[in-house]
Design a protein around this ligand. Structure first.
Ligand SMILES: O=C(O)CCC(=O)C(=O)O
Length: 232
């Protein structure tokens, strides 16, 4: 049997392969920009749908949430005051990579239940841990786990809900250290990501890059990180 791209490959398949090789460059020429454009405010639902959602293009919107109290209120001190005493789910990894391929395994993080104040101690470096901690549970954890923060944001973004014709499927809250990395993935939703504090680096691939993104099937394993307890 001939290997992928090998000499014995059928001419039709070779032609498809050639088209796919040219596809990312052509897609860029036809309308993808190298950098993600900035808008200075949000658009009307119709404009937003027409210009960005429909053509499947990302954009960065400045000032879209400047009226949210969270922008002023969400300091680590405030978060500790309102939610410090509750138990929350935190993803713990040895190196910051959750749901990532490591060697020949798909490694899922340990999901640790801990006091939010203990998690904040780690974020604030009051407690030093060799592991990387990330509040990242994606099951509408803002509404499910942090209802006391809901008053500081909008539970839905009206112009986005109107543009998409539906309320959000999930409203998630992420908080973590700079070492926390979310692995490359594809979402089945339209995403609106609101950065309240700190910075987030995204690497976005257009769908035309899909044939070149490695794909494989791996056994899933879950890391279990031993907690070292000091007895002093
Ligand atoms: O912020 C993160 O770490 C994850 C974000 C994410 O999964 C997404 O935007 O699809």
């Amino acid at each position: 049997m001939a290997g992928a791209g090998g000499e014995g490959e059928a001419p039709a398949l070779r032609a498809v392969r050639r088209c796919l090789v040219a596809f990312p460059a052509e897609a860029r020429e036809l309308g993808l920009t190298e950098s993600v454009p900035y808008l200075d405010s949000h658009l009307s639902p119709l404009e937003f749908y027409r210009e960005w959602v429909c053509p499947n293009k990302p954009c960065i919107i400045r000032n879209a949430f400047s009226h949210w109290p969270a922008l002023k209120k969400w300091t680590l001190t405030y978060l500790r005051k309102v939610a410090g005493s509750k138990m929350v789910s935190v993803a713990v990894t040895p190196n910051g990579y959750a749901d990532a391929v490591y060697q020949d395994r798909f490694v899922m993080p340990e999901e640790r239940h801990m006091l939010f104040s203990n998690f904040l101690d780690i974020v604030e470096k009051k407690v030093i841990s060799p592991s990387v901690f990330y509040v990242q549970k994606q099951c509408s954890n803002l509404t499910e786990e942090f209802p006391e923060l809901l008053g500081d944001v909008e539970p839905e973004v009206p112009w986005m809900s109107e543009a998409l014709g539906k309320k959000p499927d999930a409203v998630n809250f992420w908080l973590g250290e700079s070492a926390a990395v979310t692995s490359l993935h594809k979402d089945h939703y339209e995403n609106l990501y609101c950065v309240i504090s700190g910075e987030k680096h995204f690497l976005l691939h257009p769908p035309s890059d899909r044939p070149f993104i490695p794909y494989g099937t791996y056994f899933r394993v879950c890391v279990c990180i031993c907690v070292e307890r000091r007895s002093d």
